[in-house]
Design a binder for this molecule. Structure first.
Ligand code: SAH
Ligand code: SF4
Length: 400
């Protein structure tokens, strides 16, 4: 049976458009997966499917939503405060399944990487990076593959297969919480405390789904991960940066990697469309920037390419006046990668220059390199299905 994952526009959370969307989705064959729905949309689905009267739909939606996002339940039968017949009706129309875990690997340093099986043949990776103490960050993917081709990035060698739906982004967090076994833990005892959109793909090229997922993940009646603990990293899609701020209120990270256009054009080719000057203007206008809410600049340290003291000084000049923190990322190699990592001494000299200018400049300790889970090492084997193959598969599914 075909399963539907829904990708709504985040602004459409009022009842009327949600009802129209619900009608369309319910008219398709197969059960609808509820993981990517807001509470308002879920209420509309309950009404449109005849499971709840309009008057009680919101209350019912809140109950179901709480079971899904606060308790991690994947089976309607477990929703003990809902009548048995209603649970059976829900199970006929809807599903709460997670993507399948095709592979789980754990690094010697505690990092965990899951390879997830999504709908036909698409696979994406998610990584959990435990921090010292109880906290930790989940690095989620927003796309399978990437349209961009940053030269130092393994994901960039995998052409875009497709955008992930909001439900698939949310499901990455649900799977991590299942695996870490912390649905019943007290909020401060949870290790999954932060979310970073630093996995596969360019989040600003899938902003509708990313914004909707952030609405769901940050909701206080669900996982409740505050927007200040959610960071979205972009390679520099300047025109989308204001919209990211307005729609999500998430923390911003920029993959800068070079301080002048010539080199950035080569390393991060999107720079040819949105050069550094335009990018910096968009960053300066990001809502709510302050010393407590800084932009993170990511700077991968490539031996002999972008690691000189002169570049460190130019970086300081470029960021003047921006509340910023600079994350220096030692280059993580991958099979066939064309660069080498700068030496520890060079990285330290670079960090000292930036630090003396008043910017925090932590050197990111590579985590999960042994399982290819570190920054820029993610990739899956999925390829985009050719249109003719897709039509054949759909014909075969319909016939069989
Ligand atoms: N597409 C988004 C989100 C990915 S974040 C973006 O580019 O920002 C992944 C981070 O790791 C980015 O800062 C990226 O530039 C960096 N990165 C990519 N390849 C890397 C590598 N081989 N070593 C270290 N960092 C890398
Ligand atoms: Fe895509 Fe980001 Fe990798 Fe560039 S660094 S290829 S934008 S995932």
């Amino acid at each position: 049976m075909k399963r539907l994952d829904l990708a709504f526009d985040t602004h459409k959370d009022r009842a009327a458009p949600a009802a129209a969307e619900a009608r369309v989705a319910l008219a398709q064959t197969g059960p609808v997966n509820l993981t990517g729905l807001t509470q308002d949309e879920l209420a509309a689905f309950l009404v449109e499917s005849g499971i709840a009267e309009p008057r009680q739909a919101r209350m019912r939606a809140d109950q179901i939503w709480g079971w899904m996002h606060k308790r991690g339940v994947t089976d309607f039968a477990a929703m003990s405060n809902i009548a048995k017949e209603t649970r059976a009706a829900l199970a006929e129309r809807f599903v709460l399944n997670r993507p399948s875990i095709l592979e789980r690997r754990q690094s010697t340093d505690g990092v965990v990487k899951w390879l997830l099986g999504l709908s036909p043949g698409a696979e994406a990776e998610t990584v959990f990076i435990p921090d010292v103490g109880r906290s930790g960050a989940l690095c989620v993917s927003s796309q399978v593959g990437c349209t961009l081709t940053c030269r130092f990035c393994h994901t960039g060698t995998q052409p875009l297969v497709r955008n992930l739906t909001a439900g698939e982004i949310v499901a990455q967090c649900l799977i991590a919480r299942d695996d870490l076994d912390e649905w019943t833990a007290e909020p401060d005892a949870r290790r999954l405390s932060n979310i970073v959109f630093m996995g596969m793909g360019e989040p600003l090229y899938n902003l509708d789904a990313v914004a909707r997922a952030i609405d769901i993940l940050s909701h206080h009646e669900g996982l409740g991960i505050s927007r200040r603990r959610i960071t979205v990293s972009t390679s520099g899609v300047a025109p989308k940066i204001p919209e990211l701020g307005a729609r999500t209120g998430a923390m911003l990270a920029i993959s800068l990697h070079a301080v002048e256009d010539g080199l950035r054009d080569e390393l991060v080719p999107i720079n040819r469309a949105y050069p550094i000057k335009d990018l910096m203007a968009a960053i300066r206008a990001y809502p709510g920037l302050s010393n407590a809410r800084r932009v993170t600049f990511e700077y991968v340290m490539l031996k002999g390419v972008n690691d000189s003291p002169a570049e460190a000084r130019a970086l300081v000049r470029l960021l003047a006046g921006v509340p910023a923190k600079i994350n220096l990322i030692p280059f993580n190699p991958w099979p066939g990668s064309p660069y080498e990592c700068a030496s520890p001494a060079t990285i330290r000299t670079f960090a000292d220059i930036v630090n003396r200018a008043g910017y925090a400049s932590p050197i990111r300790t590579p985590r999960g390199r042994d399982i290819l889970a570190a920054c820029g090492q993610l990739r899956s084997e999925s390829t985009k299905e050719r249109a003719s193959d897709r039509r054949r598969r759909e014909r075969e599914t319909a016939e069989g």
